[in-house]
Design a protein around this ligand. Structure first.
Ligand code: TYC
Length: 101
């Protein structure tokens, strides 16, 4: 009987690329009170009052603002939780996510 060795057909590749980070983006609207946006940013993204105010006012003036970057699942969870906090209070506050280039 001949000894046979089963080898993988392809050489295992070492993955050197890092998984992409994903941006959480705050979208402006005409209804959510500024203080409420600041409160959600502080609670969900652990920001100071100043940091949260700067992000809120940038979204208010420009339409959108990048809040922070995370691994994809963390970004999606935070965006959903923050959007749901607005929904629960009756506001159309929206956070989206987008992969970084
Ligand atoms: N534009 C809102 C207002 O004037 C405030 C606001 C800012 C809402 C940023 C959403 O992402 C937002 N009350």
């Amino acid at each position: 009987m001949s000894d046979s060795v089963t080898r993988p057909k392809t050489k295992p590749k070492v993955r050197t690329e890092r998984p992409k980070l994903h941006k959480v983006i705050l979208v402006n609207d005409d209804f959510t009170p500024r203080e409420f946006v600041v409160r959600v940013l502080k609670a969900e993204f652990r920001m100071s009052e100043d940091q949260a105010h700067n992000i809120m006012i940038t979204a208010h003036r420009r339409g959108v603002c990048v809040v922070a970057v995370f691994m994809r699942d963390v970004a999606e969870t935070k965006a959903t939780r923050a959007t749901d906090a607005g929904k629960a209070a009756g506001y159309p506050l929206l956070f989206t996510t987008e992969p970084e280039e």
